[in-house]
Design a protein around this ligand. Structure first.
Ligand code: SAH
Length: 342
């Protein structure tokens, strides 16, 4: 819902003061799919709002259910479409949000880049992905998760900006989105993670915001030569400058910083890569490595068989790392597999 537009429309009507609050509360609860469902409002007002606005700016076109993920194809008002994923971690649910339609970065290992870049999502469209999932969870007629038993809108406790697009290239709308979440949804900053391919100026700006939101960097290489082979953005932002910005981030925030490293056969999985990665991790104790088995996408890159060698060596060196648990591979719902159109 376009909160500002609805608010100013409501202000123009001669309504009791509490109505605005009530409508906002209803919207952010996720319990309603349309204004018409808000039976605690007078019928005329419901009809009027439904005629002039839509409660959700994203419309479900398709939903694909896997054992521990649900992926929704969501159509926007201009008929472009995005994907959004709900992940079941047993004790809580996490929504993986898209920030752009497509992505301009075209990383070799990621499906989203292959569809090109169409446009930034508005804050409304990003927030509405969360409310779409909350609504699914509150509707008894929608397909439930296959495991985990009863799930309610309130079980959606974490958010990751790891869907389609580069959140730091949609900076202004990202900040508005984070503000809306903070003010209206009961999800604390520590339960939110943003992943960036490394837009350096925004890493500095993000550090200066001093939020408790987690930051993850799609590193995928321990040096410039390897990185620019698989991530075109590395030509614009050099590896050494990236590391400098990451050191600024940890020094300034004193927070752990997550480095994502998908292990790709023959690309970033040699002993030399491993040694460079260890040196990098030892250089800053706030760097925390997420080692990721590459999820298959079209384009010829394969998952590396050296994942155990890498993790054993990290263990021996007492390094901070974890192996990312990958959800949703079989329905193309996993990291790097989101694509619309082909
Ligand atoms: N543009 C942002 C966010 C989207 S990518 C970024 O680059 O970080 C979300 C996560 O999926 C990132 O960690 C990204 O590196 C990872 N990813 C992309 N393709 C992948 C693949 N094929 N297998 C595993 N992880 C992948």
């Amino acid at each position: 819902m376009d909160v500002k537009a609805v608010q100013s429309y409501l202000s123009s009507l001669n309504l009791p003061q509490y109505r605005q609050k009530q409508i906002l509360k209803n919207y952010f609860s996720g319990h309603y799919a349309t204004f018409l469902d808000m039976t605690d409002l007078p019928k005329d007002l419901r009809l009027d709002l439904e005629k002039n606005f839509s409660l959700l700016s994203v419309k479900e076109s398709k939903i694909i259910i896997d054992t521990d993920t649900q992926k929704a194809l969501l159509t926007l008002k201009d008929n472009l479409a995005i994907e959004s994923v709900l992940m079941d971690y047993d004790d809580w649910l996490t929504a993986c949000l898209s920030s752009q339609v497509g992505c301009p970065l075209n990383c070799a290992f990621c499906a989203t880049g292959k569809m090109g870049f169409m446009r930034n999502l508005t804050a409304e469209e990003i927030v509405d992905q969360i409310l779409y999932w909350k609504n699914i969870l509150s509707n008894p007629n929608k397909p439930p998760f296959l495991k985990g038993g009863a799930r309610r809108a309130e079980d959606l406790k974490r958010l990751v900006f790891m869907g389609m697009g580069e959140p730091f290239l949609n900076w202004d709308n990202l900040l508005v989105t984070l503000k809306i979440i903070k003010e209206n949804l009961n999800i604390g900053s520590r339960k939110i993670s943003i992943s960036t391919a490394g837009i350096i100026p925004k890493i500095y700006e993000f550090a200066d915001l001093n939020t408790e939101i987690n930051l993850a960097i799609s590193l995928h290489a321990p040096d410039q030569a390897t990185r620019q082979k698989i991530m075109p953005i590395a030509r614009e932002y050099h590896f050494d400058d990236l590391i400098k910005s990451l050191n600024y981030y940890t020094a300034h925030t004193r927070r752990q910083l997550f480095l994502e490293y998908a292990l790709i056969d023959g690309i970033n999985d040699s002993e030399l890569h491993l040694n460079k990665l260890i040196t990098l991790l030892k250089s800053n104790r706030l760097f925390y490595l997420n080692l990721i088995p590459l999820n298959p996408v079209r384009g010829g890159l394969n998952s590396s068989s050296k994942i155990n060698l890498f993790s054993d060596t990290f263990n021996k060196n007492h390094l901070n790392y974890s192996l990312r648990r990958s959800l949703g591979q079989s329905t193309n719902s996993a990291c790097g597999q989101l694509i619309v159109g082909n």
